[in-house]
Design a protein around this ligand. Structure first.
Ligand code: PLP
Ligand code: TYF
Length: 396
């Protein structure tokens, strides 16, 4: 059966973890995968999460099947984070939300659902994008192309190129947009540019699919939802995949959601019925634990305040690492200007390090980064930042 099975390439990012884990150097640093580590280099278990878990354990709830679309209280909490509590879309019955297996699972059920609706549509992702965007939509059977996004010369967004491209696509094309904290570049659109993207999607009849994996990592819950809320205000129909992997530090629990914005209550009923069909044939219904914990935190005023504080702590620590790295490189008389790193948003920076420099960091210093020059700032801490700055100063 398996004689003709070929070796598949490793995931370019998750594959780095394997190499890092196999490295025996004690001073090794993993700047590859997008995971938030605290200043002790550990993945935190948030205090709000711990409190909710302890309360849940004490109650010892039974483990029946969940509804196909997951926990109702969780789905409502997701909608409130995306659009604000008491939002008009929920009032109007325009929201369909299904709990999903992380942001990845949300993209997957969204892609499968879209494939049934518009099998001939082309999917456009940013150039560059999170690698799994292409793989996910291709595996759902779509043709996937890039729209212009990053401008290496300005280290910002080539917005004119992006907008012109959007306006040239066939109506019904699916446009995957990073709602905030663009992965891998850290370069986001301004509020005014988002308004133009909304108008371009309306004018051209495009299908927007917003991917929001880092809400709260740039400015805060509401500020980071500016793109989502601009689309919400437009009256258009669109898709959102969202994730609590980062914002709740619940990576392995696989907690995310797909939200579909329809034109009204009756349509929502039909859309949900078809989405449930997609879910049923993928995994039947989502696991209980992660969603129950997130719902418990978000529906308790005290725990929610505690979570927001912890989220702000993660955000501030990443910012401090950005500033710290730039200062330390300057102090080491690095001629190359790295000041742009401070202005990038979210966990990542496209540093401009070449593939050869990234290789050298790995081979000579045990510092792992993505070959594109992407580093995860959230893996820096006060123990390793000088070592990393020394190494980058040597390789550039
Ligand atoms: N979308 C983007 C842009 C991401 O960076 C990630 C990272 O993990 C995901 C989706 C997937 O989220 P999850 O880990 O919750 O599946
Ligand atoms: O970009 C990252 O590093 C995160 C984590 O297949 C990730 O989004 C990377 C690759 C992947 C799944 C998650």
């Amino acid at each position: 059966i398996f004689a003709a099975v070929e070796m598949a390439p490793r995931d370019p990012i998750l594959g780095l973890n394997e190499a890092y884990n196999a490295d025996t150097r004690s001073n090794k640093v993993n700047l590859g995968v997008g995971v938030y580590y605290n200043d002790n280099g550990k993945i935190p278990l948030l205090a709000a999460v711990k409190a909710a878990e302890e309360a849940r354990l004490k109650n010892a709830p039974p483990r029946g099947y969940q509804p196909i679309e997951g926990l109702g209280a969780y789905n409502t909490a997701v909608q409130n984070l995306l659009f604000g509590a008491g939002n008009a879309l929920a009032e109007a019955g325009r929201l369909v939300t299904a709990e999903a297996l992380g942001g990845t699972g949300a993209l997957k059920i969204g892609a499968d659902f879209l494939k049934r609706l518009s099998p001939e549509a082309t999917v456009y992702i940013s150039d560059p994008s999170w690698e799994n965007h292409r793989a996910l939509f291709e595996s759902a059977g779509f043709k996937v192309e890039n729209y212009p996004y990053y401008d290496a010369a300005t280290r910002g967004v080539n917005f004119a190129g992006m907008k012109a491209a959007l306006l040239s696509y066939a109506p019904g094309s699916i446009i995957v947009l990073h709602a905030c904290c663009h992965n891998p570049t850290g370069a986001d659109l301004s509020d005014a540019q988002w308004a133009e993207v909304v108008e371009a999607c309306r004018e051209r009849g495009l299908v927007p699919f917003l991917d929001m994996a880092y809400q709260g990592f740039a400015e805060g819950i509401d500020a980071d939802a500016v793109a989502v809320r601009a689309f919400a205000a437009s009256g258009l129909q669109f898709f959102i995949s969202s994730s609590f992997s980062k914002s709740f530090s619940l990576y392995g629990e696989r907690v995310g959601a797909l939200t579909i914005i329809t034109s009204g209550k009756e349509e929502s009923g039909r859309v949900l019925s078809q989405l449930k069909r997609v879910i049923r044939t993928n995994y039947s219904n989502p696991p209980i634990h992660g969603g129950a914990i997130v719902a418990a935190v978000l529906s308790d005023a005290g725990l929610r305040a505690q979570w927001e504080e912890e989220l702000a702590g993660m955000r501030d620590r990443i910012r401090a690492m950005r500033t710290g790295l730039v200062e330390k490189l300057k102090a080491r008389n690095v001629a190359q200007d790295f000041s742009f790193v401070v202005g990038q948003r979210g966990m990542f920076s496209y540093t401009g390090l070449t593939a050869a420099q990234v290789d050298k960091l790995k081979d000579e210093y045990g510092i792992y980064a993505v070959s594109t020059g992407r580093i995860c700032l959230a893996a820096l801490n006060n123990q390793n930042i000088d070592y990393v700055a020394d190494a980058i100063a040597k390789v550039v």
